[in-house]
Design a protein around this ligand. Sequence first.
Ligand SMILES: Cc1cc2nc3c(=O)[nH]c(=O)nc-3n(C[C@H](O)[C@H](O)[C@H](O)COP(=O)(O)OP(=O)(O)OC[C@H]3O[C@@H](n4cnc5c(N)ncnc54)[C@H](O)[C@@H]3O)c2cc1C
Length: 520
Amino acid sequence: MDTDVLIVGAGPTGLMLANQLARRGMRAMIIDRHSHPARETRALGVQARTLEIYQKLGIVDRALELGKVGDGANLWANGEQKGHVPFGNAGRHVTPYPFILVLGQDDNERIMGEKLGTFDLPVQWNTELVALEQKPDLVEATLRQADGSTRTITAAWVAGCDGARSAVRELNKIEFPGAPYEHVFYVADVEMTGTMVPDEVNIYLWKSGFHLFFPMRGKDHWRIVGILPKPLRGRDDVAFDDVVPSIRDEAGSALSFGSCSWFSTYRIHHRAAARFRDRRCFVLGDAAHIHSPVGAQGMNTGLQDAYNLGWKLALVVQGKADAPLLDSYEAERIPVARRLLETTDRAFRIVVSDSAIAGLLRTQVLARIAAFAMRRESIQRYAFGVVSQTGIQYRESPLSEATDRLPEAAPHAGDRFPWLKLKLRADGPVEDLFQSLDDTHFHLLAFGQAAPAGTMAGLGDLLQVHAVPADSGNDAELQRARIPQPSFYLLRPDGYIGLCGTAIEAAAVSRYITERLRIR
Ligand SMILES: Cc1cc2nc3c(=O)[nH]c(=O)nc-3n(C[C@H](O)[C@H](O)[C@H](O)COP(=O)(O)OP(=O)(O)OC[C@H]3O[C@@H](n4cnc5c(N)ncnc54)[C@H](O)[C@@H]3O)c2cc1C
């Protein structure tokens, strides 16, 4: 076998998967048909859940150093500020990163590429997947190289991180149902001044559409995302100067523009792959789902796909788990993609509709409802959970199980385990669990009860057991997170709750490990 895992595509999704496999000691190979990394910014909103993963990977400080923190979001309609959500308030107990980080896709790729270099796993550029054949025990992949010659290699598994026109998806005849939107998006990086709240995301609803302004590094530097005005839609030579009059029509003198360093238009489709796996091949990222960029979710969703598959694939390749564990990738990530498509679709239809009624709906009704909602803390928290992706849960997953009923408000199997600061030893310091619990192990947390003696049957040295001591600070923190005592939580390497319940029963844990996780 030439490689355990062939990763096709070195965009953000492929680079994340390669990092996750490399740090677990896998023999992976990552190829890309281009001759070098992308130089365009493209996606630029890095969500809190992605930053949590970056922290585990050891690249969050670099990302924070290069990016710009967006502290909140503002809604504007008819020239007036209608609403404001301070992300810090909504997310301060949820994540160490209660904001959106504005950092271009090119920088994200560079940081992940540099990290990959430390594992001695360079991207093989100028290498395109052109054919593949699935056999029972391996996949034969034909690669075209820069000089036009081809070579065939064998891989145990193939990960298609090869974007919207994925060869892995098409060669496996996986359908990609959906449709293009009639609208054409544009993005522009511009020097501008105006009513925008600095360092925050500003959403402007107009009679004829909308604009999103993301703060970028540098003085008065903004990324504008909008849709092309109708008269410009058929043209392929549109420049930023062509769209300025339509913004001025709506904004008057409230906004003024300087130089534009990047302008691009693109047509959007909304599609989700019918399956995320075909025997030994997977699709992830844009290869599996594409949708409107309105919520800055696309790149982040691909990164989460890779994080979800990475630990499972590593266990199977290492021979520590059986292949059915990999079925849970599709079971967990397809619903996320479908939900995302539905929500972005719904939001998108209202904000882009061309009709006069839609214009009124946008600037009057929608603006009022949104402004009302933005003032309510419970809605702010809910919205932060959705947009930051910290609220994604896999409660319906075959890997999620409860041994008995926990209170409704408690974290449940399939939830991302909350961000807590606890003493893990009676005489030790208060620790940030996101820092302390590494993501190459399973973790069993026992609250208000003793930890089981010795190693739990089944997981061996894959498991770390923590009996959280009785302590007034711990009690207060657990109460805040609605974690009852006694209770226990078995966390998967990606920080999601696999198994939970009140009293730990060794037999139930062992059964979960062999039957659900399929650990050998
Ligand atoms: C102009 C623009 C603006 C955008 N703005 C936003 C935004 O604001 N927010 C947001 O969230 N998303 C945005 N997106 C979408 C975002 O860029 C994608 O969601 C993200 O790039 C997906 O990453 P990926 O790694 O899955 O795929 P890609 O980035 O498409 O990477 C796929 C890689 O696979 C390689 N490849 C393809 N086929 C083969 C093959 N056969 N063999 C070898 N290699 C192959 C390609 O060369 C490429 O490098 C934008 C996209 C565009 C085009």
